[in-house]
Design a protein around this ligand. Structure first.
Ligand code: NI
Length: 174
């Protein structure tokens, strides 16, 4: 299967807001499949359309492998929307395929309830907690042009951006 190219910080597409999907049709299902394959190959646990330069509200996730090696439980979402957030916060060290090799602790609501259209275009609602909750919130953020580094101090964020720019220059010089 063909893979998408994953774009990296500071690509401006990562700061753009993705548009709602009108319907989950075969072209969206093809995008789901190709994004999931790209994510598994990276490897990563979540991927949003912005990261493959597609500006529609589509995300894929699979955290099953983190819990039990060799298992796959892919989740496909179009137009995901957080309809409830817990008051209780959670801190998790996050990374991102668009900011490779950089990690930071991010605070988010511990639990969220998300409404979305599934692979068949059916409306679903699910609760997420812990890593799955961080992951779904991180991916929905991408659709709004928000990165995990936007949740940390400006000092840490600027350090990461500087490092990313330096790495980019180095790879261009090769
Ligand atoms: Ni990310």
């Amino acid at each position: 299967m063909d893979k998408y190219n994953i774009i990296k910080v500071p690509d401006p597409v990562l700061k753009q807001v993705a548009k709602a999907v009108t319907a989950v049709d075969d072209s969206i299902r093809a995008q789901f499949d190709k994004m999931l394959y790209t994510m598994y190959e990276a490897p990563g646990i979540g991927l949003a359309a912005n990261q493959v330069a597609m500006l529609n509200r589509v995300i894929v996730m699979d955290i099953a492998q983190r819990e039990e090696e060799g298992t796959k439980k892919p989740i496909f979402m179009a137009n995901p929307e957080i309809i409830w957030r817990s008051e209780e916060p959670s801190v998790w060290e996050e990374g991102c395929l668009s900011i490779p090799g950089q990690y930071a602790e991010v605070e988010r609501p511990l639990q969220v309830r998300v409404k979305y259209l599934d692979y068949n275009g059916k409306e679903q609602e699910d609760m997420f907690e812990g890593l799955a909750s961080h992951c779904v919130q991180h991916e929905i953020d991408h659709l709004d042009g928000i990165l995990f580094i936007d949740h940390i101090s400006a000092l840490k964020r600027n350090m990461i951006i500087k490092r990313m720019k330096k790495l980019q220059k180095e790879s261009e010089a090769l």
